[in-house]
Design a protein around this ligand. Sequence first.
Ligand code: DQA
Length: 144
Amino acid sequence: MKILFLNGPNINLLGSREPDKYGNKTLKDIEEFIQKEAEKNNISVTFYQSNIEGELVNKIQEAKGLYDGIVMNPAAYTHTSVAIRDALLAVEIPTVEIHLSNIHKREEFRKISLTAPACIGQITGFGENSYKLGLIAIIDYLKK
Ligand code: DQA
């Protein structure tokens, strides 16, 4: 089973970026943790982060035929990107949307996710554990 982890804008700044909301772990820390969890389950994981919407769209398009599932934190593009939503709908790869913070507990504009309706589900508010829960959810979905 091959899973692609996608991260949107500013997720490369985790660790120093608003730690009260996003925690102290860096993206590298989270990726290492997920890598170990994946190995325990005999799953192959690949990580990609971009601050550029079109690069994320390209990566989703290229994922067709290469990956069985996607776990994605679209970050700010969650609330704005019709392009990412359309790319997910086009490739039809099962995708779990994840967020570190609980987007429903924050500003009004964050409560709307344009991308979640193109996903099998959303995990939001569990900090770095949202990544682990996303991995568990996609593995479970793909095994059925
Ligand atoms: C986020 C929530 C988004 O609203 C925000 O723009 C982010 C991070 C999260 O993981 O909590 O960049 O996706």
